[in-house]
Design a protein around this ligand. Structure first.
Ligand SMILES: Nc1ncnc2c1ncn2[C@@H]1O[C@H](COP(=O)(O)OP(=O)(O)OP(=O)(O)O)[C@@H](O)[C@H]1O
Ligand SMILES: Cc1cn([C@H]2C[C@H](O)[C@@H](COP(=O)(O)O)O2)c(=O)[nH]c1=O
Length: 208
């Protein structure tokens, strides 16, 4: 049995993470790899229940600190109940968002990066992906795609202002610069199949 792998897709709203997670899963399955597709917040029964708490309601429903704890709790359950067991069993787990989203989004609300990583160390034993694929688009393009998809109905996070989303993008960029071994920036413009090929190129060294 070949080794399991843990891949994450990251980026701002509407850049194509869910579309590419599905396309990458299909491409890997054609190579005979067993793939588990999952997402955050959510991915296990307990984490999906926490997702409902996080995604619904007023923008100010939770304090920034409470929100960071809820994301960490959801991830701890997801990692223990689903991600680690599936990777240990030899599957490739593709997760739509993970710890870097917390660093970017909760970081944009003033939560310190070191505190987020400390919570991750405790809750999820510091699990990091084998590769993180950071999808990038020119400013405003992801928003346009998301609005075309949602018809203007935004969740608690997407509804925040441009300054918030600029801060999210800047943190993703910083993480990609500082952790270049793990994180690859992927141009998400062009046709879906072109973007998928860029993702495959960015994990070529991990393929069996
Ligand atoms: N390469 C592409 N070109 C044009 N449209 C695309 C492309 N990839 C995805 N889309 C469309 O853009 C919209 C957003 O894509 P998707 O839902 O995959 O993004 P996302 O990053 O997962 O969004 P969110 O962060 O809001 O969950 C969808 O309507 C999708 O069909
Ligand atoms: C994992 C994670 C997510 N968020 C935010 C980012 C998005 O606005 C939503 C998730 O919506 P999606 O359509 O499922 O991508 O939640 C966050 O703030 N912190 C996190 O750790």
């Amino acid at each position: 049995m070949s080794a399991g792998r843990f891949l994450t897709l990251e980026g701002g709203e509407g850049v194509g993470k869910s579309t590419q997670a599905r396309a990458l899963a299909a491409a890997l399955e054609t190579r005979g790899i067993h793939v588990v597709l999952t997402r955050e917040p959510g991915g296990s029964e307990g984490a999906e229940a926490i997702r409902d708490l996080l995604m619904q309601g007023d923008v100010r429903r939770w304090s920034a600190h409470a929100e960071a704890l809820l994301f960490a709790a959801a991830r701890a359950d997801h990692v223990e109940k689903r991600i680690r067991p599936m990777v240990d069993a030899g599957s490739w787990v593709i997760c739509d968002r993970f710890i870097d989203s917390t660093r970017a989004y909760q970081g944009a609300q003033g939560i310190d990066d070191a505190a987020i990583l400390a919570l991750h160390g405790f809750g999820s034993r510091g699990l990091l992906p084998d590769r993180t694929l950071l999808l990038t688009l020119p400013d405003g393009e992801g928003d346009r795609r998301a609005q075309a998809r949602d018809g203007g109905a935004a969740d608690r996070f997407a509804a925040r202002d441009d300054g918030f989303h600029r801060s999210v993008a800047a943190t993703f960029d910083r993480i990609a610069r500082d952790e270049a071994d793990r994180v690859r920036r992927i141009d998400a413009s062009g046709r879906v199949e072109q973007v998928t090929q860029r993702l495959i190129d960015a994990i070529a060294d991990l393929l069996p």
